[in-house]
Design a protein around this ligand. Structure first.
Ligand SMILES: [Zn+2]
Length: 319
């Protein structure tokens, strides 16, 4: 009982502390609207949201052994054996990220095939890396940065700092049929409209997605700066990998979407076994190949986290 009282008291102190740390309402009113701020500020161009490869992919001959058969064999081993730290945390194997890698190098071959290694070598050559055809930490790191640079939120945050939240009038509540569980989830109206179109198309395109009543439902959307700060405070800080001190969710453009989970795993667990299961789900595979057409970009460490890019901020528009 004493512990419960202590926990409640601590939470109250934290809330009051955060409220004190945040700007006063009058200060907030003087801040520019999020969309105006993002549109008006000059910041580095994001990479195109489009999945178009940044090199000329070779014609696909997946089983053509050729020069890349040895690389294919080694990729087959490293898929579940490569020791690296793709996001700062030690991991074994790159299979979780293989669907994104396949889209990046424009290959539809299996990840351990000579065709895949050949495509990877072409991508490496185009990005100033030795064309080994092998997935290695240096190659992954160049891809990781490219994927980050497709997120306008990341670029804006780095260039000018944490963006302000949208005005309440820009937010809409997701209809219950799109919500995982029973809660109110708010998102920016234009982002929500794109999401609805995307879900309808995904269900029409893939029977496995249509059969799964939970697939692609939203389990988190807009989260206020105060909520963001409180989460960091209660968790003893945010590491900027699994928790961000400036979360994209404050923009009302970030969706956490159900893409499955492993038995015993949550829809938002970063445990590697859980993310591996997500990366192989029909919903995630479809999103990786198609979500860009609706303006959505994935934070690749979290298969469930997708950010919507307002059309004026999509590099593809200008390309
Ligand atoms: Zn998220």
């Amino acid at each position: 009982m004493r512990w419960i009282f202590l926990a409640v008291a601590l939470a109250c102190v934290a809330v009051l502390g955060v409220a004190w740390l945040r700007p006063t309402p009058s200060t907030q009113q003087s801040q520019p609207r999020a969309d105006e701020a993002m549109a008006a500020l000059a910041y580095p161009e994001p990479l195109p949201v489009s999945a178009a490869p940044a090199y000329d992919p070779p014609s696909e001959a997946c089983n053509d052994g050729g020069a890349y058969a040895p690389a294919a064999a080694r990729n087959g081993q490293s898929l579940d054996g490569l020791a690296f730290k793709p996001f700062g945390r030690p991991e074994i194997g790159w299979r979780i990220y293989a669907p994104q890698v396949a889209v990046e190098i424009a290959s539809t071959c299996s990840f351990d095939s000579a065709g895949f290694a050949n495509a990877l070598a072409g991508w490496q050559r185009a990005h100033g890396l030795p064309p080994t055809g092998l997935m290695d930490p240096a190659t992954f790191d160049v891809m990781r940065v490219r994927w980050h640079m497709k997120r306008p939120f990341v670029i804006l945050n780095r260039a000018v700092g944490c963006p302000p939240p949208p005005p309440p009038s820009a937010l809409v509540a997701a209809e219950p049929k799109y919500v995982y569980g029973a809660k109110v989830i708010q998102l920016r109206g234009d982002a929500m409209a794109s999401y609805r179109r995307m879900v309808a198309d995904a269900r029409a395109a893939d029977p496995a997605i249509a059969r799964d009543p939970l697939a692609l439902k939203i389990f988190s959307g807009y989260r206020s700066p105060e909520e963001n700060d409180l989460t960091c405070l209660l968790q003893g800080g945010c590491d900027n990998v699994s928790r961000a001190p400036c979360s994209a969710h404050r923009t009302g453009l970030a969706f956490d979407i159900v893409v499955g989970s492993a038995p015993g795993g949550r829809v938002d667990s970063t445990a590697d076994f859980n993310r591996l299961a997500m990366s192989q789900s029909p919903a995630y595979r479809w999103l990786v190949r198609n979500a860009h057409r609706y303006g959505f970009v994935n934070y690749v460490f979290e298969p469930w986290h997708w950010e919507w890019s307002p059309p004026e901020q999509r590099g593809a528009r200008r390309a």
